[in-house]
Write a protein that binds this ligand. Structure first.
Ligand code: ATP
Length: 452
């Protein structure tokens, strides 16, 4: 059973070091969060799972890690300067600001006043100065999506690899949006991470590829431990499509605050490559693009069959890392009543996502032999490269088990007096609480199998 409320998850995240309010000691910064010791491990594991599935397990996708600061021309021709905005409404009474489509009724959600302004577009992009001169022309944008730098690097990747259509470029990285009303913890924030794939295909094959990617992405989220019953697909109505999209299917998830978007899978047509291309008229670009006088690139390929130049269409599965972390935490969260009537909080994370894979606990914290053996076990298990193995010398095994249940550690390994005689340790399973003795010589294989 997932969490009953967002508050439960927020409390767990703070208490156990998953997520903290950024700049908290100075009162915070709205819509900005930091990931703590366990949060960074969970987030890295989720990103690694995505990278494995999207890049390493495929031969038709290459990776990229590009800059956040972006030349304004990129976001001018991409259409973001003109259209990447939300409708902003001001309350004249209390001066609060709202996103029109987040209002319920015609009253200010803060003070109840009906005295609201008409909506006006508010551009979501952050700007910053570049270089030592504070001159209005010397600015850059903080990218609002990682996608644009994939498009601007299209030729570089093509020319430096053996990529041929259909192929994709994948990137994980920060994106920034000056959201009018950031809310719901890490669900809607101003600084977040995206995992984006731009998959380039021949025009005409785009709709089939779109469907394939929707299926693939849905299957991937299930592999992260998300129950299919809490996932839905939503075909975005035509009048709500982003300016670049011909069709978008959103993967929706039942978050604690409601059913909302986890990932968007858009058919961006030839809009982006076409927008950033010079001599657009010599190519059959189908999308309505701004005439481009600044680019020096022709983002086109030669069709294999008739050698004609064409601008590929692109299918984009774009997932939010922070929303992903929130979804997997919510799915894994459970408060269980035990046979003796007591309760335990349990985070049944998939082993590949768990921040700590195993905790090695000496039964006696002042017993030199036991402590040294436990340390040696931790050191040898860490070498397996399975992720974080923790040595924890508190001497209170019961408390250790509870704490590790709550942060999702799949296995606890206890070293006791008997270990010094028979070379065996007690391994406790997080979900079943079942304990078994395992010889230390068999421990590596045991962990590899259990954490696979
Ligand atoms: P929304 O409609 O919820 O504002 P969007 O449709 O604008 O989202 P996209 O532009 O499709 O979002 O971005 C792709 C993904 O990036 C989203 O599915 C989401 O997971 C993530 N994302 C977008 N905006 C935010 C945000 N402000 N905070 C956290 N994640 C975000």
């Amino acid at each position: 059973m997932p969490a009953q409320s967002m508050e439960e998850l927020v409390a767990l995240c703070k208490r156990r070091g998953f997520v903290f309010q950024a700049s908290e000691i100075y009162g915070g910064l709205q819509g900005i969060y930091d990931y703590g010791p366990l949060g960074v491990e969970l987030k890295n594991n989720l990103k690694a799972a995505w990278w494995r599935a999207m890049v390493h397990e495929r031969d038709d996708v290459e990776g990229l890690d590009s800059a956040i600061l972006t030349n304004p021309n990129v976001l001018r021709y991409s259409g973001h300067e003109d259209t990447f905005s939300d409708p902003l409404v001001d309350c004249r009474t209390c001066k609060s600001r709202w996103r029109e489509d987040h209002l319920h009724g015609e009253f200010c959600p803060h003070c109840g006043s009906p005295d609201l302004t008409d909506a006006r577009p508010f551009n979501l992009m952050f700007k910053t100065n570049v270089g030592p001169v504070e001159d209005a022309s010397a600015f850059a944008y903080l990218r609002p999506e990682t996608a644009q730098s994939i498009f601007t690097n299209f030729k570089n990747v093509l020319d430096s690899t053996s990529a041929k259509l259909p192929f994709g470029i994948a990137q994980i990285g920060k994106a920034f949006r000056n959201e009018i009303t950031p809310r719901n913890f890490v669900f809607r924030v101003r600084e977040f991470e995206q995992m984006e794939l731009e998959f380039f295909v021949e025009p005409g094959t785009d709709e089939d590829w779109h469907e394939r990617w929707v299926e693939e992405r849905l299957a991937w989220w299930r592999e992260q431990g998300i129950d299919g019953n809490r996932l839905r697909l939503l075909r975005v109505p035509d009048d709500e499509l982003a300016h670049y999209s011909k069709q978008t299917v959103d993967v929706m998830y039942h978050f604690p605050h409601g059913i909302e978007e986890l990932e968007g899978i858009a058919n961006r047509t030839d809009f982006d490559l076409g927008s950033h291309t010079k001599n657009q008229r010599s190519l059959d670009i189908t999308a309505a693009v701004l005439p481009n006088r600044d680019s020096n690139a022709r983002l086109a390929v030669q069709r294999q069959s008739d050698k004609r130049w064409m601008v590929p269409f692109v299918i984009e599965p774009s997932a939010g890392v922070d929303r992903g972390v929130l979804a997997v935490l919510n799915e894994a969260y459970n408060v269980e009543t035990l046979a003796n009537g007591s309760q335990r909080t349990l985070l049944s994370l998939q082993p590949h996502l768990a921040p700590v894979k195993a905790a090695v606990l000496p039964l006696k914290r002042n017993h030199d032999g036991i402590v040294a053996t436990a340390r040696a076990i931790k050191a040898s298990l860490t070498k397996l490269g399975l992720g974080r193995i923790l040595f924890e010398n508190t001497g209170n095994i019961g408390k250790g088990y509870r704490r590790h249940d709550e942060v999702g550690t799949p296995l606890c390994i206890t070293v006791d007096h008997q270990t010094l005689d028979d070379n065996a340790v007690t391994v406790r399973d997080r979900d079943t609480m079942h304990q078994e003795r395992v010889n230390t010589t068999a421990l590596a294989d045991y962990l590899r199998e259990r954490l696979a």
